[in-house]
Write a protein that binds this ligand. Structure first.
Ligand code: BG6
Ligand code: MG
Length: 221
């Protein structure tokens, strides 16, 4: 395989927004009298907004109607948007910018593949919108990872065959989505958690173009 396009998940790969999601979900859980821990929050990574709410309601054994669910999801999002509106470029995860710039220097098309509807706001806040040729996010694709939709859309927008793309992902559901799209997947996080990925690095600070070229030679799709 020769990588012809790179697709990055946003939350947890380029920027650590998990703590803001946690703060906002925790605020909602407290309001509903549901005990919600940082460990519970791990289960929400890569999961859509409404499915995340379902998990929290499940933890609290709370049954509510659809209308109220939408209300709670909106409430959580309003808090989340308030938190991310104060983000700064300093919150970009170590090594991300250097790696992205190295890829851009050799002309590799770069895209975002994220479930988040807040993707444009976050990219804008941390000042990296202009580094990507395509953004496929929750506003464009409604199917949730592990469905491959968001990555296939990113590849389509980049004009690159799915089989020639590599995905960088920190969530188990996201790794599965990349594999379902027929793409090479590099997990970003813990190897024991992301064991389905073709390769795993702890952060993009461990990545370089040279390492990507080594990985592409070894991978069997
Ligand atoms: C994913 C996050 O990227 O986006 C999830 O990992 C989040 O935690 C999902 O629920 C949807 O995000 P948003 O911003 O549209 O609520
Ligand atoms: Mg993620």
């Amino acid at each position: 395989m020769r990588v012809a396009g790179c697709i990055f998940d946003l939350d947890g790969v380029l920027v650590d927004t998990a703590r803001y999601h946690f703060l906002a979900w925790k605020r909602l859980a407290d309001k509903l009298g549901i005990g919600f821990t940082e460990e519970d929050n791990e289960r929400l990574k890569g999961v859509s907004r409404i499915d995340s709410l379902e998990i929290i309601l499940q933890i609290g054994k709370l049954n509510i109607d659809k209308e109220l669910k939408l209300e709670y999801a909106t409430l959580k999002n309003n808090w989340y948007v308030e938190y991310i509106s104060r983000m700064t470029p300093a919150e970009i995860l170590p090594g991300s910018l250097e790696f992205i710039k190295e890829l851009r220097a050799v002309g590799l098309p770069l895209g975002i593949g994220s479930a988040s509807k807040n993707t444009p706001a976050i990219l804008e806040r941390i000042g990296i919108s202009n580094l990507f040729d395509a953004v496929a996010d929750g506003n464009l694709v409604s199917t949730a990872k592990p469905d491959p939709g968001v990555f296939l859309k990113a590849a389509e927008l980049l004009g690159v065959n799915a089989a020639d793309c590599v995905v960088f992902e920190d969530a188990i559901a996201g790794v599965k989505a990349a594999l379902n799209a027929g793409m090479m997947c590099i997990g970003v996080g813990e190897a024991k958690v992301l064991s389905d990925a073709h390769f795993v690095v702890r952060g993009l600070n461990e990545m370089s173009l040279e390492r990507l070229r080594i990985f592409e030679k070894e991978v069997r799709l």
